[in-house]
Design a protein around this ligand. Structure first.
Ligand SMILES: [Zn+2]
Length: 404
């Protein structure tokens, strides 16, 4: 007999691989599961029968490709497991609970002091999550996991690698602090990596295995996805595209270097220039509205930003040669006034030049589904669904050692 919690958390067992593959896709055919898990067809077939018998896997409608016998679509039984995602934002926290069919069951946000501490966050999250779980007849321990999304790169063991957005959080051991309050598996990742997982689970990257995501918002972030897995790099800070150095004499960046991509393209930079131009403070939403309308000065600011954005993406393409770029963040909502000059600049900054090799396949550019802030909190839920960014939970260790 399989227990959904045991199966879901077991990184190695074949049943765990099948359940996590379905959790990541939402609904899948047996053939898709053979392909994505690499298991033998007979193993997948036997385990699916067992998982169906114990109510973890459900049969949905059939899917026809127009030829031969239609294939049976399988999903996880939404009633068997819930997961939560937490966005640790600037002056606010948002918590979402989803079931295994990716349906949002609860969505709550609350304000915090702007410089709240990790301990304050952990206490508030425990209180709010306890109430949210109670409204669904659950306890926190019943959750398959809680994902934490934060605006900073994280090490593999859940340590905040720098605190340029939340200054008091640099070097903080998230796993140690949050596991004192949340007795269930913990996952943690930076928000751009969460954004890629949200696009893979709910958005423009469903079914995409290889792509690069660029997020153009107040800052610039990104993610590299290879073979369906978000790449974290050697120390967890892969795809920090906002810090690609374009000008050694440029403005100082929050990271301490000069001329980083986000000092040209980040929303903070654009708002500052718009204020200099108009003599009045401008919010990011006002900036975007005026750029979209093509107002004097704003159109030029966005074209200059797109030029640098395309340059950064061209550098990325020269190194990684991905088949697909997904563009998200508030700047993506400006539309072609941003994406057209970006693509022209991209073509000038990568190989091969388009007029040199006519029949060379080009990467696709797609604007993502999540252009506001939903990507981060849903991506935090997806950390659990994809079993990504797992950090050791000290309370689990404690429970285990007490039991032993
Ligand atoms: Zn920088």
């Amino acid at each position: 007999m399989h227990d959904v919690k045991e199966v879901f958390r077991d990184q190695e067992a074949p049943a765990g691989r099948i359940v996590r593959a379905i959790a990541a896709i939402g609904a899948a055919t047996a053939s898709q599961l053979v392909k994505s898990t690499g298991l033998a067809r007979s193993t997948v077939s036997t385990l699916l029968s067992e998982l169906k018998d114990c109510g973890i896997v459900l049969e949905l409608d059939t899917k026809s490709n127009g030829f031969g016998r239609p294939s049976q679509l399988l999903s996880l039984n939404p009633a068997t497991g819930r997961c939560a995602g937490v966005l640790l934002g600037l002056g606010e926290i948002r918590i979402v609970i989803c079931d295994l069919a990716h349906t949002v069951l609860s969505d709550v946000w609350f304000e915090m002091r702007r410089d709240y501490t990790p301990e304050e966050a952990a206490e508030q999250i425990k209180d709010n999550l306890t109430r949210q779980c109670a409204s669904l007849d659950l306890a926190i321990e019943d959750l398959l996991g809680v994902g934490l999304a934060i605006s900073a790169p994280l090490s593999y063991d859940g340590r905040v690698l720098n605190g340029d957005v939340l200054p008091t959080w640099g070097g903080v051991d998230l796993a140690a602090i949050f596991s004192k309050h949340l007795e269930c598996p913990l996952h943690a990742e930076n928000e751009s990596h969460c954004g890629a997982l949200a696009e893979m689970t709910w958005g423009a990257a469903i079914g995409e295995k290889d792509f690069v995501l660029y997020k153009f918002d107040l800052g610039v972030g990104g993610a590299i996805v290879r073979d369906g897995v978000v790449q974290r790099g050697f120390n967890g800070s892969a795809a920090e595209f906002g810090h690609i150095a374009l000008d050694p004499n440029g403005s100082l960046c929050r990271c301490g270097n000069r001329g980083c991509l986000q000092t040209f393209v980040g929303g903070y930079h654009l708002m500052r220039h718009a204020e200099e131009f108009g003599g009045q403070p401008v919010t990011i939403d006002q900036f975007i509205e005026r750029a979209r309308e093509g107002r004097l000065g704003y159109r030029r600011l966005i074209e200059d930003a797109a030029e640098k954005a395309g340059w950064g993406m061209g550098v990325t393409a020269t190194i990684l040669n991905p088949p697909l770029f997904i563009i998200v963040g508030k700047l993506a909502t400006i539309g072609e006034a941003f994406t057209n000059p970006l693509k022209r600049s991209f073509a000038r900054h990568t190989l091969p030049p388009p007029d040199q090799v006519a029949d060379m396949p080009r990467p696709r550019f797609v604007v993502g589904k999540f252009l506001g802030n939903d990507d981060t909190v849903l991506g935090a839920v997806a950390l659990v669904l994809h079993q990504h960014g797992r950090v050791a939970n000290r309370s689990e260790t404690r429970i285990k050692s007490t039991a032993a």
